[in-house]
Design a protein around this ligand. Structure first.
Ligand SMILES: Cc1ncc(COP(=O)(O)O)c(C=O)c1O
Length: 479
């Protein structure tokens, strides 16, 4: 059943965990099956007994296996937590997002450092890169002195744009000219400038359902309307539904995540991305491709953004270092050839340029190889947090709860038993010292009242575990 690869630089105990988990997921090991003894496993996997013990202890912590006194380790029966199903569009009507007071309360919770932070999608805070970034910034200041304090050019520091272009070449083989990249104040400004470049007040914008609440606030603040398109947890937007929406409405732009969408964590398969590009051509519309989580799949494989699959002029791709390096730096980017002049004009008008010191620091971070090394260390931590959170939810939430199955980034989406009010849960949780993201903020049509999003993008502590147990008990009471 088992063999580990000693050339691989993943910790051996993690390799043992992955091998056992894979066997459980594939059904080779079934609930109730006994695992090999520590000695047997150490012989067959050719690792030491302490390594196997470490893997078993972690798998027990993740509630995938259990130890029975005098008997050994067994695969635990999975709790009823099934995967969430596709969310159909809300009769396909364009609507205004109307959740402002709830959003304010959610942000108050997110920004309160005294609360257990389960409400904010902040992957890199699971293992902050503070020391490495600090060293990079010191190098930049020593090299550039006063000039590092000045304005950057409107489209951004060329060294960073080159590094981003190189990163796409290195990870997905896409050749991008640095001249077709604009640096922005985070992913949020990247989405804002892209949307302003292609749509005007009153226009209809197609979004996934559920979708990132910041997108909905943006569409609303620009006086536009959002129309939800059915989204399936395995494939992303359902293309037949998208066609129907495009037939019915004059959609100015689609705003979809192609990799690890927030909150479902869904990655669109390559064949679907290709078909999506064909649909954009057919209906003469534009895609603003939100790719801020592209680097954060647990398996380290970066899917090719739709824009580069077919070199489509109809796609504007948005990225950010907020999820992969430092949210406080507020550095994101846009990749587009076709709209770059318009984006430059808008950038100049809205914010002139982005922080130069942060751009230079990130350019150094990427060029030194520290960024790639950092991501390599971050991904297994996020994966482990996801496994622990899923296991605790399976154990402590009512059996009818359904969850997403994260393959990357930092959030778990939960569908609670019908009738549970996640806004009530949100209020109770704040009082108990926990912040969560209630489901309703992810829909312009106020849906998902019985859903919530939990984040595992923070260092895992006993407090985290207690918070999940508390939420499970509270949901049971609200049922
Ligand atoms: C899907 C998605 N897009 C964009 C953003 C905005 O990123 P930034 O913090 O860089 O503005 C976020 C942040 O949560 C997000 O989840």
């Amino acid at each position: 059943m088992l063999s580990v690869n000693k050339q691989d630089d993943t910790f051996l105990y993690r390799q043992v965990i992955d091998l056992i988990s894979t066997n459980i997921d594939s059904g080779t090991l079934r609930p109730g099956d006994r695992l090999p003894s520590l000695r047997r496993m150490s012989q067959s996997a050719r690792v030491s007994i302490p390594t196997v013990r470490q893997a078993y202890v972690e798998l027990e912590r993740q509630r995938r296996i259990e130890s029975r006194p005098q008997s050994g380790f067994y695969v635990r029966p999975r709790a009823a937590n099934d995967i969430v199903s596709a969310a159909p569009s809300s009769r396909g009507k364009p609507v205004c997002f109307n959740c402002r007071s709830l959003m304010e309360r959610v942000y108050d919770g997110i920004n309160n450092p005294r609360l257990v932070p389960l409400g904010i999608a902040n992957p890199c805070m699971a293992r902050p890169a503070a020391k490495t970034l600090h060293r990079a910034m010191k190098r930049v200041m020593a090299r550039r002195e006063e000039s590092s304090l000045g304005y950057s050019s409107t489209l951004g520091e060329i060294s960073l744009r080159r590094q981003i272009a190189y990163h796409y070449l290195d990870t997905v083989g896409a050749k991008i000219e640095p001249e077709h990249i604009a640096i922005t104040n985070g992913g949020q400004e990247a989405l804002l400038l892209s949307l302003r470049a292609v749509a005007s007040p009153g226009d209809i914008i197609a979004v996934e359902t559920p979708t990132y609440h910041g997108l909905l606030e943006l569409i609303d603040s620009l006086g536009m309307l959002a129309v939800e398109v059915e989204t399936c947890p395995e494939e992303g937007v359902t293309l037949s539904e998208l066609r129907r929406t495009l037939e019915k409405h004059d959609v100015k732009a689609c705003m979809f995540s192609t990799t690890l969408g927030n909150p479902l964590g869904v990655t669109m398969p390559e064949v679907t991305r290709r078909e999506l590009v064909e649909i954009l051509e057919e209906y003469d519309t534009v895609l603003i491709e939100d790719d801020v989580y592209g680097d954060l799949r647990f398996d380290g494989v970066r899917p090719v953004p739709a824009q580069f699959l077919k070199h489509s002029k109809r796609i504007i791709t948005c990225g950010s270092f907020s999820k992969t390096a430092a949210p406080g730096y507020r550095i994101g980017w846009i990749v587009t050839e076709h709209f770059i002049d318009k984006i430059a004009r808008l950038k100049r008008a809205f914010s002139c340029s982005s922080g130069l010191l942060q751009q230079l620091t990130l350019a150094d971070f990427l060029a030194s190889g520290d960024y790639a090394r950092y991501l390599k260390a971050l991904r297994p931590i996020l994966k482990q947090n996801a496994e622990r959170m899923s296991a605790l939810v399976a154990e402590h939430f009512p059996a009818a709860t359904r969850t997403s199955r994260p393959v990357g980034a930092s959030v778990l989406w939960l569908e609670l038993p019908a009738g549970v009010d996640s806004i009530q849960l949100f209020d109770d949780a704040i009082t108990a010292g926990i912040s969560i993201a209630p489901g309703q903020i992810f829909s312009p049509a106020n849906r998902y009242r019985n859903c919530l999003r939990l984040s595992y993008g923070h260092p895992w502590t006993e407090q985290t575990e207690n918070a999940i147990r508390w939420l499970g008990r509270q949901v049971a009471e609200l049922c």
